[in-house]
Write a protein that binds this ligand. Structure first.
Ligand SMILES: Nc1nc2c(c(=O)[nH]1)N[C@H]1C(S)=C(S)[C@@H](COP(=O)(O)O)O[C@H]1N2
Ligand SMILES: [Mo]
Length: 517
């Protein structure tokens, strides 16, 4: 039959054994995480670690290239890296005994460190990386030994070759299949049996003591125009969390500490007892490009942050509140923005009539009118630390973003769109504009570089929400350029000069090409 140099390719088979051992490593760790420490999947912990350390330009590039799938792309890339390391471990182990094991041990130690040092870590977080490494090493040793027996046969020992080959092939096939089944099973099981989803469903929130009144004429109802309130399912999502944190409202505690007269801890029920009120606030991300969609408007149910802070009495020298999430994310918000009686900075528990969706911060998040999300809108909130800008830095500050970041006056064209031609004849150009805490005074539209024409402004709900606008237009056949700009109630004109999103938000007038056919 075949000789050793013929169809028998030992290095390739060693790589295969390594790859399967890597899969066993990951699958065993997932299973252990599912059983004893849900928060401690070493694979996801490694992904979160990458998110925390990649430079800002790389992150922007990833968002630019992959948009909302950026996290999926990260996980796939990480999967390839793990696969490569595992293949290398197999080849190393066949070359020198223990060399491949040594590589697995190094990976195991890295997994142990990333898993146990994450903000969500529990006392049992060390178990999944240990179990994974142990299973991976055991499989690697065993399969490389089996490969060795197959390979060590000389052509004179043909008779035994078949059995040894079969043994190795069956071993790797069973290992691979088992790893896939156990790994995906554990992950799906862990997501499907999250008790927090059930706790959210069962949650009954008290009725608000005041509600938002939406003036007639605030919703223009033009096809293609963003609805006045963004449905939760369509609301943009931006965060660093690879796995949505789960916090049971029954276990949730908010700690108010730092420069305070007395440290205070609140339970979820105590927060609800502060009397919920309804607010309409437009949330905006600093990463929103001119014309972008990282902005949304919602009704929030919550209590003013100033009432919560007052329970602890902030010290005179403080000028910032560092709000912290269970996943370690932090935001730096000027203390005065939170204590200002004219600004409705809130701790929110509901969004558009239902408890906060898990991915939007369940059970409690912060929402502050007029400040970009990264300096104010902490989701899965656990702590308010009263401090100073001199003393503390938030998550994005050392990563190239400004520690203070008011939302910039902006306007957007929603319809017509570049990718959808409109028919000749009467048309409506429409969009939204926002100048949180100030309010929009006027919006103007320019067609094909002509004069700036005043758009019709819808009624605003309040100065913290975006406002819809529209302009009637008799569309003529051909390609056209539409531009928009807004002015706020302080008389400020939207900045024309284009600037990038870092360090504190993009500027520029949106200009878009459309087609009339
Ligand atoms: N815990 C946590 N909260 C966070 C973030 C985060 O990464 N982690 N991102 C912030 C940013 S950058 C924005 S723009 C808003 C987005 O909120 P949304 O996802 O509910 O739209 O959440 C903020 N709160
Ligand atoms: Mo953001």
């Amino acid at each position: 039959m075949n000789t050793r140099t013929g169809r028998f390719r030992p290095w390739i088979w060693a790589g295969v054994a390594g790859a399967v051992s890597g899969a066993v490593f990951v699958a065993a760790a997932e299973l252990a995480a599912f059983l004893v420490a849900r928060e401690a999947s070493p694979f996801l912990a490694a992904g979160s670690f990458v998110i925390d350390v990649v430079p800002q330009w790389a992150k922007e590039l990833a968002i630019e290239l992959f948009g909302a799938s950026d996290k999926l792309v990260l996980l796939i890339t990480l999967g390839f890296a793990v696969l490569l390391a595992a293949v290398a471990a197999g080849i190393l182990e066949r070359w020198r005994r223990w060399a491949g094991v040594a590589l697995f041990v190094v990976v195991g130690v890295v997994a142990l460190i990333t898993t146990t040092t994450r903000a969500e870590a529990s006392p049992l977080s060390f178990i999944p990386p240990l179990v994974g490494a142990a299973a991976g090493v055991a499989f690697l040793k065993y399969s490389i030994a089996a490969l060795g027996r197959w390979q060590s046969r000389t052509p004179h020992e043909e008779a035994g070759t078949g059995t040894d080959r079969r043994h190795f092939l069956v071993l790797t096939a069973v290992g691979a299949l088992g790893a896939v089944i156990v790994g995906t099973g554990a992950r799906i099981g862990s997501m499907a049996t999250s008790s927090v989803a059930a706790a959210r469903k069962a949650l009954k929130l008290p009725a608000p003591v005041s509600t938002v009144t939406v003036p007639a004429g605030a919703e223009l109802g033009i096809p293609g125009l963003s609805p006045l309130f963004t449905p939760n399912a369509d609301f943009y999502r931006v965060d660093t969390a690879l796995e949505v944190p789960s916090i049971d409202p029954g276990d949730w505690r908010l700690t108010i500490d730092g420069m305070v007269d007395k440290r205070v801890q609140l339970t979820f029920d105590q927060l609800l007892d502060l009397r919920l009120r309804e607010y309409a606030i437009t949330l905006t991300c600093v990463s929103n490009q001119v014309g972008g969609n990282l902005v949304g408007n919602a009704r929030w149910l919550g209590v003013p942050v100033r009432e919560v802070l007052a329970l602890a009495t902030p010290g005179r020298d403080a000028d910032m509140v560092l709000s912290r999430s269970i996943d370690g994310f932090t935001a730096s918000t000027p203390l005065e923005a939170l204590t200002d009686p004219n600004r409705d900075a809130i701790l929110a528990v509901a969004m558009n009539g239902e408890p906060l969706p898990l991915e939007h911060g369940f059970p409690v998040r912060m929402v502050v009118p007029g400040l970009y999300g990264y300096v104010s809108a902490t989701k899965w909130l656990t702590e308010l630390k009263v401090t100073t800008f001199a003393e503390d830095q938030a998550y994005w500050t050392p990563r190239g973003y400004s520690p203070r970041a008011p939302i910039k006056l902006s306007s957007r064209i929603d319809t017509p769109r570049i990718d959808k031609a409109i028919p000749v004849g009467p048309a409506k150009i429409a969009g939204v504009a926002w100048a949180q805490t100030v309010g929009i005074e006027s919006v103007e539209v320019q067609i094909d570089g002509g004069r700036w024409q005043p758009a019709t402004l819808a009624k605003a709900i309040n100065s913290d929400t975006w406002v819809q606008w529209s302009l009637d237009w008799d569309a003529v056949s051909g390609n056209h350029t539409l531009a928009v700009r807004a002015r706020d109630r302080n008389g400020e004109l939207q900045e024309q000069q284009r600037t990038p999103i870092a360090p504190d938000g993009s500027t520029g007038w949106q200009s878009t090409l459309i087609r009339v056919a």
